[in-house]
Design a protein around this ligand. Structure first.
Ligand SMILES: [Ca+2]
Ligand SMILES: [Ca+2]
Length: 267
């Protein structure tokens, strides 16, 4: 009887796919959100180097759940341009085999006064390798939208201590009258995908980021509901026998060869 049991357990282990795990980080006292309290005339990314204050508990409560209760910050200009900002820093330390990072901002901005058309609230993310804040996108004007950016782990958004950062700059430009910009954040998150032994297994939904150095030979017919991005932390190749996806693109900095036998594109 024991022999049969061992055999059955062995079959079950073979059947379990080695899938990656996903975890979502929210702003709180383990992760961080910070705010600058004094507006300046510096409207470049150098503003992010200012001395910051941690969010209060009440502020965290507004940005860690999507409930239309929002953190807001306002900057006003009575002469020229005035800027201010706030940031979110998530702690992904202790997770190995991170293959993808998704950062999300749910919010919007509004303006009042004569320079409203020139004023803005812009999102940036921090590239730890270049040590520079990268332009992400402008938040939506006057109506809330959820903006997500998906980055392969190879794009240097994760610091060696696990920190993942993004932030907003508010820029008020006075024209004919005093101008104000208010930025609202309902929810800010960072999501990581980690723990896969390689990137050769599709999760079953959404985008699929494949590291060329894994030398994936994807012999079974696979339908991807999103895009495939092939990146490279080392040289290698990717072989598809029958692949269906919205888009297949290369973001490889090392030599990478891609083979297709049968490729279909879906809308
Ligand atoms: Ca909302
Ligand atoms: Ca909220």
């Amino acid at each position: 009887m024991k022999k049969y049991l061992v055999f059955i357990v062995f079959l079950l282990l073979l059947a379990i796919p080695i899938n990656a795990t996903v975890v979502i980080f929210l702003p709180n006292v383990t992760n961080y959100a910070k705010q600058n309290t004094t507006a300046t005339t510096d409207c470049t990314v150098a503003i992010f180097n200012s001395v910051l204050n941690n969010f209060t508990d009440a502020n965290y409560n507004t940005v860690n759940v999507s409930d239309n209760s929002r953190y807001s910050q306002t900057v006003s200009s009575t002469s020229g341009a005035k800027c201010n900002f706030y940031t979110f820093m998530f702690n992904a330390s202790g997770y190995t085999g991170i293959t993808e990072v998704n950062i999300t901002h749910e919010g919007y901005y509004i303006t009042t006064g004569g320079g409203g058309d020139l004023s803005w609230a812009e999102l940036y993310w921090y590239n730890v390798t270049s040590g520079a804040w990268q332009d992400w996108t402008t938040t939506n004007y006057d109506s809330e939208t959820t903006i997500t950016k998906s980055l392969p782990a190879s794009t240097n958004i994760i610091a060696t201590n696990g920190a993942i950062q993004f932030g907003l700059i508010l820029n008020a430009i006075r024209m004919v009258s005093t101008t104000s910009v208010t930025s609202y954040t309902d929810l800010a998150t960072a999501k990581i995908t980690y723990g896969a032994t390689n990137t050769c297994t599709y999760s079953g939904s959404g985008n699929w980021n494949i590291d060329c150095k894994d030398n994936c030979d994807i012999s079974s017919a696979t339908t991807v509901t999103g895009n495939i991005t092939i990146y490279s932390t080392g040289t290698g190749s990717v072989k598809f026998s029958s692949i269906t996806a919205k888009r297949i693109s290369m973001n490889a900095t090392n030599s990478c060869i891609v083979y297709y036998t049968n490729r279909k594109v879906i809308a």
